[in-house]
Design a protein around this ligand. Structure first.
Ligand SMILES: Nc1ncnc2c1ncn2[C@@H]1O[C@H](COP(=O)(O)OP(=O)(O)OP(=O)(O)O)[C@@H](O)[C@H]1O
Ligand SMILES: [Mg+2]
Length: 338
């Protein structure tokens, strides 16, 4: 086992994390090319914690999220450890996976229409999810559907139970999708840019609602976003991905105030402060690698202003200069031995 994994191990007696990803790799092999989408991700999420994943397009954020639920095409090759709520997701049968998805783990997407079925009313979709996973009567499931629409603050909830998805506005559809996701009281909610398609005011309402529900229900949340303001608003912790690896992680305020790794330093720009809602990641010179061939050593070295020969020799191990902060860069001191 590598030093990075040793560091990530919880202290004796510490609560077991809700999510434990260990050395996760995902490749997509087609006849003419192999894409190395995820290249050794180690991540932990504590119960009730909100982690935001940041990174440029193609850095492997969505593939990591889908791997967590084993929602990837059959030709995807997944290796490494995926554990959720103490269960080994890699060993689950199709049947166990079906119960697991929409049961212990729920996922919300950028576009609610992909998660909602256009031919059933909102009420029916929620009630069926509740019935399937909890085996309660139809009447009890319908009562729960109403409760959920009220929980996500859909006005005139009783009337909306009979609405079809296309009859709702974008913001209400997003709320309905959250209600479906919460129907089985998941321990873990995976959110992949769920508010990116909404306009700013609706987006912030949905985010605040999610944060409120997360606290109320004590859910763990992994939230993918390109928006620094969104991360600042809802995250406890941030993980930054580059070329299928986590290059830095740490508490949101500390990471944003002073990123350790040159990649997030470039992304966040020189000054990051409150009031950055709607601020997208800064563009940094050069392009992320096409993942047919992951650059040797630190994958960021071709774009890094500080790159030196040693950066090409091997993938830098995670270093931890202070408690809770970790970065994969040779320039970061490895000070925290706790
Ligand atoms: N089904 C697939 N088949 C082949 N390659 C895929 C598949 N899904 C994703 N990839 C590739 O995996 C890499 C990582 O993709 P991923 O969707 O995780 O990026 P992302 O970080 O979520 O980007 P974005 O911010 O644009 O959503 C990309 O190179 C992508 O082309
Ligand atoms: Mg994505």
């Amino acid at each position: 086992m590598s030093a990075a994994l040793d560091e990530a191990r919880p202290a004796p007696g510490a609560a077991r994390p809700l999510v434990r990803l260990r050395d996760l790799h995902v490749t997509f092999a087609t006849r003419d090319r192999t894409v190395h989408a995820v290249n050794g991700v180690d991540l932990d999420l504590a119960a009730g914690e909100v982690l935001c994943i940041l990174g440029e397009s193609g850095s492997g954020k969505s593939v990591t999220m889908r791997a967590l639920m084993r929602l990837l095409p059959r030709f995807a090759r997944i290796t490494g450890g995926i554990e959720v709520a103490g269960r080994d997701v890699t060993a689950m049968s199709e049947r166990e996976l079906a119960d697991f998805r929409g049961g212990e783990v729920a996922m919300i997407f950028q576009e609610p229409m992909t998660a909602l079925d256009p031919v059933f009313t909102i009420g029916r979709q929620i009630a069926e999810t509740v019935q399937r996973h909890e085996g309660v009567s139809r009447q009890a499931a319908e009562a729960r559907a109403l409760e959920l629409l009220e929980l996500v603050q859909i006005p005139s909830a009783r009337r909306r139970l009979a609405a079809y998805p296309h009859e709702l506005s974008g913001g209400l559809r997003q709320r309905a999708m959250i209600a479906v996701a919460l129907a089985c009281k998941p321990k873990l909610l995976l959110a992949d840019e769920p508010t990116a398609a909404l306009d700013a005011t609706v987006q912030i309402q949905v985010l605040l609602l999610l944060r409120e529900l997360q606290r109320e229900l004590g859910m763990g949340v992994i939230f993918v976003t390109h928006d620094l303001g969104v991360a600042g608003e809802i995250a406890d912790r941030v993980a930054v991905m580059y070329a299928g690896r986590v290059v830095e992680e740490g508490p949101v305020a500390a990471l944003m105030a002073g990123p350790l790794h040159p990649y997030p330093q470039g992304l966040l720009g020189a000054t990051v402060h409150a009031g950055m809602r709607g601020r997208r990641l800064t563009t940094i010179p050069g392009a992320p690698p096409l993942l047919d061939v992951v650059p040797a050593g630190c994958a960021f070295h071709p774009r890094c202003p500080h790159a030196e020969d040693a950066c090409l020799a091997a993938v830098p191990a995670m270093r931890s200069p202070s408690p809770g902060r970790r970065a994969r860069c040779l320039r970061v001191p490895d000070g925290d031995v706790s």
